[in-house]
Each structure stands twice: as C-alpha cells, then as structure tokens.
Write a protein that binds this ligand. Sequence first.
Ligand code: SF4
Ligand code: SF4
Length: 371
Amino acid sequence: MDPPLATLTDQIKRLARELGFACAGVAKVQPMAADAERLQTWLAAGYHGSMDYMAETAEVRADIAHPKLLADARSVLVLATPYAHARPTSGLEPGRVARYAQGRDYHALLYDRTRPLKRLLRAHGASARACVDTMPALERAWAVRAGLGFIGKNACVIVPGVGSHLLLTLVVTSAELVPDTPIEERCGSCRLCLDACPTGAFVAPRVLDARRCISYLTIEHEGGIDDELRAGMGSWLFGCDACQDVCPFNRGKPSEAELSQPFAALDRWDELAAEDLLRMDEAGFDAYSRRTPLRRPGRAGMARNAAIVLGNVGDKRHLPILQQSAERDASPVVRDAARWACRRIEARTQPNESEDEELDRRVRLAAAKAG
Ligand code: SF4
Ligand code: SF4
C-alpha cells in the first residue's frame, strides 16, 4: 500500500468527521454491471412512475466516471449524516412529515460541508466533485461498496450502530484513496419493514414499486392519487417513515452530537395545522415552505396531501374547509381530493342504515320473545 495514499485517506476521513459527517468510507471506482442491470429491470417494470429523470439519466447514473460526472474518477468517498432524531410525529397536526424533511433543506448545507474535502483533494493534485442529490449517481450502491453499511429489505442503506435515517453525500475524486471492505447484509429472517408498508409498495425485499410508495405519492407525484392508495396514506402529509421506524437497526438512542445537529425539526411545523395548507395561496405557501424540503410538491401537492390526510382522520370538524376546497380550490387535483375527503368523512359519521335496521330487527325479535 502506498503510504501517501493511506495518509491522504486518513486525512480525508478525519476531516470529514470534523466537518460533521458521522461516517465516511471509500470505494474504488469499478464497473457496476449488476447495479446497472438492477436499475434497468426496475425501470423496465415502470416502478419509477413519473420520475422520468430516472430513466433519462440511467446510463450516467450507472457510470460514475461518465464524462458528464467525473471522467477521471478513481475513488468515491461516501459520507453519511444522521437525521433520525427529529421528532417522530412532528408536523402540521394531525398530519405527519417524514423525519428527514422536518428540518431545513439539507442540500446546500451538506454541499457546503464538502468544500474543505474537495480543497484538500485538489491540494494533492486530484480532481473532485461532490454530489448531494445534485448529480445522477447510485448513492446506495456506492455506500455499500464503501463499506458504510448494507441495503436492508426496506431498500435503505443501514449502518450498523447508526441505523438507516441517513443522508448520503458523495465526493467523487481522481485520487486513488484506500478502499474500505463491504460488510455482509444483516436482515436475516426479519421482514418487519415489508409487513409495515401501509400501501404494499414492496414487490420483493429491496424492490420498491415507487408508484405505491407514500414518499413518492406525496412528494414526487403530480396529479391525482388513486383512490385505492389514499386510505393507506393515513396521516402522512409528506413522505413516510413506516418501513424505517420498525427496523431494529433504528432503535439506538441518539447521541448529543446528533441531537444538536443542524437538521433538528423546525418550530414552524407546530405553528400551523394540516387544514391550514388548504387555506394557503401560492404566496403564502411560498413563504411557509421556504428553505425546507416541503417546497418540492408545491402548494397544490401539499393541499392535495392535506385533503387526503383529513379524509383519513375523519373528523367532522374539517368538513367546512374541505367543502370550501372542493368547490373553490384553483387546482382540480385538490378539488378532487377534497371531494373524496368529504365523502369519506360523511360516510364514517353518518348513521349506518343497515346497522340501524339490524338493531331494529333484534329489538323487535327480543320484544316478540318477551311478549
Ligand atoms: S416509505 Fe412508506 S409507503 Fe414507502 S415503502 Fe416505506 S412504508 Fe411503504
Ligand atoms: S426491518 Fe428487518 S428486514 Fe427490514 S431492513 Fe430492518 S432488519 Fe432488514
């Protein structure tokens, strides 16, 4: 082993920890034939739904040394940042926001954190480029190769001792760093995550049909959501943590460092209720969602999600605002979701005629017997 390379690798990993990354691993750039094939099979099945960018970038995604990324890439530094310890049920009551989205938008923050790493690599004559969802790459596959963790049956990267509530960042470089050794998959016979999915989105362990996944439906998907999937959304307004929250690898207690990390839940989620999303105009939503992940689905997407959540919660108190949205919202998608929610609440709260008839029949029968 070349001592200078080992030294540079150690320096890089030490600096990564000083910068706030909880874990760092290195993978050697090699062809990813098996991962590329898995991606193609997944795309061919249509599991990516309307995420056309996944298909459009498949070739680049499977080749980190693609000229559009970094043609002289030799190593990938994979960094993980835990976000797990935001409040598990925080956000716009009675709705819920997935843990990773409860804090400020993380892209710029993590990207900025990689700057000293890139500077160090460049000072050693290497090229370097960072990726925080900012270029097409198979982040989870690289995390496995870099020995950071394994892919659980819930399709998430699991770092033993840390869990799966992680944000992944890549630094691709032409430096030949010392690679780490991948670890074995450790799910064993467990299948808690597969059974916990409220919409049955797992086609098989590690194979997710995004079209049925609440994360995709509430964040990426524009337009209406199938009636069949609406009830399964429960109270999820943005994203879903169900298949991670049941995982035994996520049961660890947060460290002080994790509790004070910059992705802590924002107080603003406690200031409003889910129904307020139905009252907001574009300008109001723009101000409310600024610098947060909730911006992505836009005003209409979040109002649609809120209507479905209120329909699932089934509280008559929400009928007036839902009726108003069903009649007047600018978006046909929101109007449709609000109409569905009204019907659902009314169906739940109206007396059930067949039950009443059955009760009458029993009363008459009992009276006849007694008489
Ligand atoms: S995020 Fe939720 S909906 Fe998506 S696969 Fe996991 S449990 Fe299912
Ligand atoms: S819940 Fe069980 S099967 Fe699913 S990822 Fe965690 S350990 Fe693996």
